[in-house]
Design a protein around this ligand. Structure first.
Ligand code: CUA
Length: 212
């Protein structure tokens, strides 16, 4: 299973050269036309009245359509891999976003992570494993964003959004709500603590034994 950060980095790597080539072609053609057909001293030429060059325009549209189709296919392919496709997820986590907190529940265990003593909620997950998330909002639209894995997904009221994430390496990452959701939107953070699988199993066992 490829980690989520790598998947999205691959998409970004494909977009950049394509964008650079398109930019070079447009800027080059514009510059060439400006220099080649500029008005010169003593010349009193009228601009062309020809307003249409069908073969050129069809070629232009076809080329752009091919580029867009290729990028769209790649993007949807990767997106599809993130949409809860793991056949045997190591873990399921229910995410609830509400003004202005995050709650992470581990179904079947009774363990629920909530904000404590003014600290943002901590999502604890095992490294290198596929985790299936089921995300909901209790009120308005929020957005689950973990910049380090390049993953962002909107959560709506009255709808459950499923997605898979794989965090490659242990560490602590920041999670953010990236959809303006009211007065304290800017405080709506969470922490992601990624630990080795054995440490995760220990943590879950301790949390079950001694609910906070
Ligand atoms: Cu929730 Cu912004």
């Amino acid at each position: 299973m490829v980690d989520t950060r790598h998947e999205y980095a691959r998409v970004a790597d494909a977009y950049l050269p394509v964008a650079l080539v398109v930019f070079a072609v447009v800027a080059g053609a514009t510059g060439y036309c400006l220099l080649r057909w500029r008005a010169r001293d003593g010349q009193d030429r009228e601009a062309s009245r020809r307003h249409r060059n069908a073969p050129l325009e069809i070629a232009y549209v076809a080329a752009l359509a091919i580029v867009v189709a290729a990028l769209l296919t790649l993007t949807l392919h990767v997106e599809g891999r993130e949409d809860a496709t793991a056949r045997q997820p190591a873990l399921r986590v229910d995410v609830t976003a509400a003004q202005w907190t995050w709650t992470f529940a581990y179904p079947g265990t009774g363990v629920v992570q909530e904000p404590r003593e003014g600290r943002p909620t901590t999502l604890v997950v095992p490294a290198g494993r596929a985790i299936v998330f089921a995300g909901r909002s209790a009120d308005v639209i929020h957005d689950f964003w973990v910049p380090d894995v390049r993953f962002q997904r909107q959560l709506f009221p009255g709808h459950t959004e499923h997605f898979d994430l794989v965090f490659a390496r242990p560490g602590t990452y920041q999670g953010v709500c990236s959809q303006f959701c009211g007065l304290y939107h800017q405080n709506m953070h969470f922490d992601v603590r990624v630990v080795p699988p054995a440490a995760f199993a220990r943590w879950l066992g301790l949390r079950r034994a001694a609910p906070a």
